[in-house]
Write a protein that binds this ligand. Structure first.
Ligand SMILES: Cc1ncc(COP(=O)(O)O)c(C=O)c1O
Length: 394
């Protein structure tokens, strides 16, 4: 017996891409720009701290993290987002995660009721979106509602067009800022509007801030700041942060969720039943990473340099722009599936079709369909070579 809920989800974007290119030989030595897996090395001290704590692999991980980890994260949150000291109580407002994906997937389990406003609960999310949001909504029994994000609305969902009846049955609202794939940063006004809507219509904000440390000029704000500005506390707001992008450690599987005290409490209980908890050595390495800014500043400089390379090579072709945050290029090529096939066949460059990151809705075309996503995760040389091939291929 299979759970029919999942049938509509289909394969994730990477499985679809593999199917699209199956059996096709690359036209040159392959360069994989499809996956957002940072290739800059993590700081050396990660390995050293893991090794120094290796005896603790013999212990089950603590459910709520270690005091050192929680304090390091709290200090980072206060410093990075200018939050009042007293607003962040480490053991009440923060929970470690084995990467943000785990938390983003589990969150609706604690926030989606059986029914809302007499109807099936809705999980709102941007379109295109990170695929975990849709899977999470479906697993929790909510209806995923995909909100188109286009250039005209600064690649953010247009909050003013949301029908009150839809907002009334909304249980969770996902937003990614800086956005994957477009790199848009939601400003404080936008986040404050979201917080007000969450209070007016009784839903929970799940704000994916895992790219918050990769930015061009201004550091992106957090929904936690918006919550404090609106209500003086974190009620109805959860934010998700990760060391995968900030510290180039996607394999460490380390992040955290922070915000609403009641929701964090429920999260802790849920994870005691089925969570994948970070081990003591991982928590120790993560503590050291959240305390250090030098490697993060260096990392940002590497990405800025690659966006400069991209600008030099692509100029104003394909609607090129330097995103405010994140490490993706989002290029308008007309037909993303054909373009991805063509780039692989003729140039050996693997890119992700925007069509696979978004859903088609009745009466609307797929908002990702014209775009390809390229992750600038390689070194300067490979990035330059890949982008030259892209420029020549069209
Ligand atoms: C938008 C977004 N959210 C969450 C994740 C998950 O990251 P992690 O689980 O490594 O923290 C990713 C990974 O690529 C992502 O792009």
């Amino acid at each position: 017996m299979l759970n029919p809920r999942f049938a509509a989800l289909g394969d994730n974007p990477f499985e679809r891409l593999n199917r699209l290119l199956a059996g096709i030989s690359p036209g040159a030595n392959p360069i994989l720009m499809s996956l957002g897996e940072p290739q800059h090395p993590p700081p050396d001290f990660v390995g050293e701290v893991l090794y120094a704590h290796r005896h603790l692999y013999g212990k089950y991980p603590p459910l709520g993290g270690t005091p050192e980890f929680l304090e390091a994260v709290a200090a980072w949150l206060r410093r990075r987002f200018a939050l009042p000291d007293a607003a962040v109580v480490p053991a009440r407002h923060i929970l470690p995660l084995s990467g943000t994906r785990e938390g983003l997937f589990l969150a609706p389990q604690i926030a989606v009721p059986a029914e809302k406003a007499g109807a099936r609960p809705a999980a709102l999310m941007p379109n295109p979106f990170y695929h975990a949001y849709a899977g999470a909504a479906v697993a929790a029994g909510a209806e995923p509602i995909y909100l188109a994000t286009r250039r005209e609305t600064n690649f953010l969902p247009d909050l003013e067009t949301l029908a009150p009846a839809l907002l009334d049955r909304t249980a969770v609202f996902y937003l990614c800022s800086p956005a994957n794939p477009q790199g848009t940063v939601a400003d404080l006004d936008y986040l404050r509007r979201l917080v007000r809507l969450a209070h007016e219509h009784d839903f929970v904000l799940l704000i994916d801030e895992c790219y918050a440390e990769i930015y061009l000029d201004a550091p992106p704000p957090s929904a936690l700041q918006a919550a404090i500005a609106e209500t003086g506390n974190f009620e109805r707001v959860l934010v998700f942060h990760s060391l995968s992008k900030r510290s180039n450690a996607p394999g460490l599987r380390s992040g955290f969720v922070a915000g609403d005290e009641t929701l964090i409490g429920r999260f802790r209980t849920l994870r005691s039943y089925g969570g994948a908890l970070p081990s003591f050595p991982v928590l120790a390495a993560s503590t050291a990473l959240w305390r250090d800014e030098a490697h993060v500043e260096h990392n940002r400089a590497l990405y800025r340099r690659k966006f400069a390379i991209a600008e030099r090579i692509l100029g104003n072709r394909f609607g090129f722009y330097r995103p405010a945050g994140g490490f993706f290029l989002w290029l308008d090529v007309g037909d993303s599936e054909n373009a991805a096939k063509h780039l692989w066949t003729s140039a050996g460059v693997k890119v992700l079709p925007g069509a696979y990151l978004a859903r088609e809705r009745a009466g609307e075309e797929n908002p990702g369909a014209p775009y390809i996503r390229l992750a600038l995760v390689h070194d300067d040389r490979d990035t330059e070579q890949a982008l030259r091939r892209v420029a020549e291929a069209f």
